[in-house]
Design a protein around this ligand. Sequence first.
Ligand SMILES: NC(=O)c1ccc[n+]([C@@H]2O[C@H](COP(=O)([O-])OP(=O)(O)OC[C@H]3O[C@@H](n4cnc5c(N)ncnc54)[C@H](O)[C@@H]3O)[C@@H](O)[C@H]2O)c1
Ligand SMILES: [Zn+2]
Length: 373
Amino acid sequence: VSVSVTLPARSAAYEVLVERGALGRLPALLRGAVAAHRWAVIADSNVAALHGNAAITTLRAAGVDATLLTFPAGESAKTRDTWGALSDAMLGAGMGRDCAVLALGGGVTTDLAAFVAATYLRGVPVVLAPTSLLAMVDAAIGGKTGVDVPAGKNLVGAFHQPRLVVADPAVLDTLPVGVFVEGLAEAVKHAAVADGAHFEWIAAEARTIGQRRPRTVDALIRRSVEIKAAIVSGDPLENGRRAVLNFGHTIAHALERLSGYAVPHGHAVSIGCVVEAALGEAAGVTAAGTAARIAGVSAALGLPVALPPDFTADALLGAAAGDKKSRAGTLRFALLQRIGSAARAADGGWTHALEPAAVAAALHQAPHPAEYS
Ligand SMILES: NC(=O)c1ccc[n+]([C@@H]2O[C@H](COP(=O)([O-])OP(=O)(O)OC[C@H]3O[C@@H](n4cnc5c(N)ncnc54)[C@H](O)[C@@H]3O)[C@@H](O)[C@H]2O)c1
Ligand SMILES: [Zn+2]
């Protein structure tokens, strides 16, 4: 099944292929997407060992000139240093403007490798082959690339749209269960901001999703891709409605920063969606009961839904104030109107300025695990 993403602002449409076994026909897919003479296949250490050598073998057997470049797995490697090392490796291998990059991995790899492609010789094509659920439903779609810096996550980067996205759900078989569950948080977020019926479907299928039944997982990925594709197609550079995808993320980024990135992104997003739904309810923007409903479904999927007890409201507020979305003192949040629908702000935009005092008050009564179990 293939989902088409069109980006009118850049007149650069690309396909997001969601297809079991698609990695087996990678040579034809790459040739169809880009006329490159050499491919730099970038994968982290885990994915290189599990899937990288197989991909290289498949490509070379079909006569595709492919070189595997690896870096240590983990968010801590999504840095300028790794970007530099990968770029230098490509330069050292003599890759010219007729090369292209294939990113094979989770969101760290797709963000990093696509940023390498965005800047290599002022930009070469990139194809993304996401291998984590989070990357399939979210990170691989929409053209945001970049690295983390000491001042915060994703603060240095570029928009660089892929030529093709190849999501082969079969590779998820090797994904650790906890990492799979983390990816579900972004799928819940997509449903919450854009598709109430899909949200109810996730709720009804929570068990089969947990069992990773192929048909269910494929359907989950496909619908999430469609939702994100529709939103980013309408607003590729995030000047407007794309901001709704940041639902849950103001709090999530604060949690991640406060924990020194020990709280995984998916966990932070799950908690952030519940807390921001509660904030919206307190602000009179979000329908009553929304936070409890999201918490119920996310908990059923195995996601955490409550703030860790050692994170104080004041510390979270301080960390949130450093967020990209906060402008001049006020905190900005993408909020829901109700499940399935994001709320427009009074100024017509898609983020809501909330007074720090109101946020603090809501955080003080933030959800406790017992309320939602
Ligand atoms: N660009 C965007 O729009 C966007 C959107 C959401 C998230 N992101 C970024 O995505 C990143 C998080 O992505 P992630 O959760 O995929 O992290 P990740 O890339 O670190 O992958 C998580 C772990 O799973 C491993 N892994 C991946 N695929 C595997 C497989 N098939 N089998 C076994 N192990 C596998 C990785 O090696 C890693 O250890 C963050 O850096 C976040 O900022 C970007
Ligand atoms: Zn996210």
